[in-house]
Design a protein around this ligand. Structure first.
Ligand code: ADP
Ligand code: ADP
Length: 234
């Protein structure tokens, strides 16, 4: 079954000389439970693509189906509910610097109306899972880059999402820290069956992490297959 289906997706941005086509007819199925990578150069359309999945951006043509539901067909409350079945991590972590690590992780639950004490207890569970049980009281600024990304991951999975979206999630990290983050993402996939959708320009991340890969260029999918098919076989 399919977690995310891109069905002839276009995204055009207005531009002084007409239009820029960030996505130019993308069709792709991301199997449920898979670790799926999209690789491409800067400007290929990767960020635009990943933002379609949680409704941070919308197609100007075609459809994006999340667990079979066309996001554009949903009323605002339905869209918010669908968004909560996803989590996202970012290159620059996007943590709140003025609150504790624990409250960064608890925040999505608190915004949902979960009582603060319950949200913080759940945050501590997830922090333990990502190996930061002892860091809940710290501020993000006191942590290393790899630890900050673990906090980002903890926040992204605190609601048990079906799909975890990763936008250049290791691009700010050194190679050994990248390896640790890859191991954590694999463990999330193996433990919870979470579908992981990765966009990156880093070939090694795709090779080490992903089951399936699509190559993106100028808003189009130019190749798609297993990592072996696309990168190893001639
Ligand atoms: P990638 O993540 O692969 O670097 P993006 O999805 O960020 O690619 O961008 C794809 C194309 O769309 C680029 O040409 C970019 O300049 C353009 N683009 C992205 N976002 C916007 C925007 N908000 N307004 C105008 N053009 C945009
Ligand atoms: P804060 O923790 O930022 O002070 P809260 O209003 O959530 O803000 O908590 C106020 C007090 O109530 C705190 O001492 C907190 O431990 C306690 N508290 C929060 N949630 C619960 C709860 N579900 N049951 C009992 N006490 C709670």
């Amino acid at each position: 079954s399919v977690a995310v289906r891109f069905d002839g997706v276009f995204r055009e941005y207005p531009h002084k000389t007409g239009q820029v086509s960030a996505l130019d007819g993308v069709s792709l199925d991301v199997p449920r439970g898979s670790i799926f990578g999209v690789i491409g150069h800067s400007g290929a359309g990767k960020s635009t693509l990943v933002r379609m999945v949680n409704g941070l951006d919308r197609p100007t043509g075609g459809r994006v189906l999340l667990e079979g539901t066309d996001l554009a067909s949903l009323p605002p409350a339905g869209l918010r509910a669908a968004q909560k079945t996803t989590g996202m991590i970012f290159q620059q972590f996007q943590l709140l610097e003025t609150v504790s690590v624990r409250d960064n992780v608890a925040r999505p639950l608190i915004l949902d109306g979960v009582r603060r004490r319950d949200a913080r207890a759940r945050a501590d569970e997830v922090l333990e899972f990502v190996g930061l049980a002892d860091k809940g009281d710290r501020r993000p600024g006191e942590l290393s880059g790899g630890q900050k990304q673990r906090v980002g991951i903890a926040r992204a999975i605190v609601r048990n999402p079906q799909v975890l979206l990763c936008d250049e999630a290791t691009s700010a990290l050194d190679p050994s820290t990248t390896t640790q983050i890859i191991e954590l993402l694999r463990r999330i996939n193996a433990t919870y069956g979470t579908t992981i959708f990765v966009v990156t320009h880093e070939m090694d991340v795709i090779k080490d992490l992903c089951h399936e890969v699509a190559v993106m260029s100028d808003g189009r999918i130019v190749e798609h297959g297993t990592v072996l098919d696309v990168f190893v076989r001639p």
